[in-house]
Design a protein around this ligand. Structure first.
Ligand SMILES: [Zn+2]
Length: 506
């Protein structure tokens, strides 16, 4: 039966469905992710193709491959994505997955599916939510190849491999290879449909937390292991994909932590052997994953006397891309207390934006900002200054940056020239109505803030902002700040994560 399906698909072209549902859910953020948090583009919407064509993500990569093949017809499925936050509300998960499956059934009978999932979605009623999504898609389409992509921060349940033909994961953090991974996944799907290959896959999970401080794959402990995974893909044609991923340490789920997945062309032994070998390499560096980040007070004091500016301080406890509140005040409080000069802080605070609007451009600003979302991110801090400007908070990133997005939004935005500013050196407090991870330097550039003229840039993230901030910064400092994404797992009480994972209690 399978032979007949493939033969027909080969002769008459292939109908391929593409859908994408992305969320990284932080179990320690008490705010559930709701439908309004999601940007949703329905299958077949007039802007569907243009939306993906303008990005650099895994679906863009799939369209590169499928679009270049005249025999492929695409069914445009649901796209849904939300900024990381707390677990996805039950009803929201149920409706999105139902719509996703319906969107794939709306077109002609499919021969294959390209499904882009994050891998670290937690739903209220399913801790390993992407696993459940894959199970449902497989149930709806029992006999066709389904190739799935995941983010590097996926917490993968080994069972999920049984629901798909191949699982391909980003290799790089910051995620600059999303498009290439999408292209690879799409080629695997096409070649499978045409009977050229028969993917088999193996997963090995070393029993450890791979601390987020060390997720940079472009240097440091992960670099040689990532390079190894790339080399075997390059040098061995039997290896269709080798994914080494570090997992996401803020999800309290049974399979939290790193994984290695190797997909081969019908060679199970090779897949198992290489996955084990790469997993052993992760395990071997476990003692090097030590906490070595300064606290906010030390980080600010050091930055003020740095030999070269600007210094970028990564607010790891308030890593918006990791699902934190976006309004932590620990670093801002130190900047004010130590009378630092030439700083830029971006903060989510809708009420403060409203206060700035009331004051108008040039008006006085004097209010306590931040620390309002919950009790984990500091107390509100009084800031005095002058309202400089407003913006609708929409900007684009033309270059390839973490995640491969082109379009960003942070809601109505107010720029405050804060106390301590001089005519030559300003302190900027950027207040936003929505939480937005600082993956693009255009977040501040589009507001008329020149990062190279500043001394201290604060970015609410850990590794993701590096690609944006490295080109403009003399130094990047990871700051050990408290919050929902504090880098030390000992700050959190896990219930579902296995208690004996190495690194859970450093
Ligand atoms: Zn990620």
């Amino acid at each position: 039966m399978r032979f007949i399906v493939f033969t027909l698909a080969c002769c008459y072209g292939q109908n391929i469905g593409i859908a994408m549902l992305m969320h990284e859910s932080n179990s320690f953020n008490g705010s559930l992710t709701q439908r309004a948090d999601f940007t949703v583009t329905r299958g077949g919407a007039p802007n569907w193709r243009a939306f993906f064509a303008a990005q650099k993500n895994e679906v863009t990569g799939a369209l590169d491959v499928f679009g270049a093949d005249s025999k492929v017809r695409i069914t445009e499925g649901l796209y849904g994505s939300a900024t990381p936050k707390g677990p996805v509300a039950k009803a929201v998960y149920e409706s999105l997955v139902s719509e996703l499956i319906a969107s794939l059934k709306a077109g002609p009978k499919l021969d294959g599916i390209f499904l882009a999932l994050h891998g670290a979605m937690v739903a209220e009623h399913f801790p390993q939510a992407d696993d459940e999504t894959m199970r449902r898609v497989r149930e709806a389409f029992p006999n066709i190849p389904i190739v799935v992509t995941h983010d590097f921060h996926a917490n993968i349940s080994p069972r999920s491999l049984s629901y798909c033909t191949a699982l391909i994961v980003y290799q790089q953090t910051p995620h600059l290879d999303t498009r290439e991974r999408g292209q690879r996944a799409a080629r695997i799907l096409l070649r499978t449909l045409r009977g050229e290959i028969k993917p088999v896959q193996s997963i090995v999970k070393p029993p450890m937390v791979f601390n987020i401080l060390y997720h940079n794959t472009y240097s440091g402990v992960l670099h040689p292991i990532t390079q190894d995974s790339m080399a075997i893909e390059r040098n061995n044609p039997k290896i269709l994909s080798a994914s080494v991923l570090a997992g996401y340490q803020y999800a309290d789920v049974p399979f939290m932590g790193p994984s290695v997945i190797v997909v081969t062309d019908n060679d199970r032994d090779l897949a198992e052997r290489e996955a084990k070998r790469l997993s052993d390499r992760l395990w071997a560096v476990r003692h090097e994953l030590k906490m070595n980040a300064p606290n906010p007070a030390t980080a600010v004091a050091n930055a003020m006397k740095a030999p070269k500016f600007p210094v970028a301080l990564m607010d790891t406890g308030d890593n918006i891309g990791g699902g934190s509140a976006g309004d932590s005040t620990f670093i801002l409080a130190e900047l004010l207390k130590q009378k630092a000069e030439g700083w830029v802080v971006t903060m989510y605070d809708p009420a403060a934006v409203d206060a700035a609007l009331k004051a108008g451009i040039g008006g006085n600003f004097d209010m306590a900002v931040g620390g309002k979302s919950d009790k984990q991110h500091g107390t509100p801090v009084r800031v005095r200054g002058r309202v400089r400007s407003f913006d609708d908070g929409n900007y684009i990133e033309p270059a390839v940056r973490h995640g491969g997005s082109t379009f960003y939004r942070m809601g109505l935005t107010a720029v405050i020239e804060a106390e301590g500013s001089t005519p030559l050196l300003k302190n900027y407090l950027v207040l936003t109505k929505e939480r937005s991870s600082p993956n693009s330097i255009h977040q501040i550039v589009h507001l008329g803030i020149y990062p190279e003229r500043q001394k201290i840039l604060v970015a609410k993230g850990t590794i993701a902002p590096r690609a944006a901030y490295e080109p403009v910064s003399a130094e990047i400092v990871l700051v050990d700040s408290p919050g929902a994404t504090a880098v030390n797992p000992a700050h959190f009480t896990f219930k579902l994560v296995p208690k004996d994972l190495f690194g859970l209690r450093p």
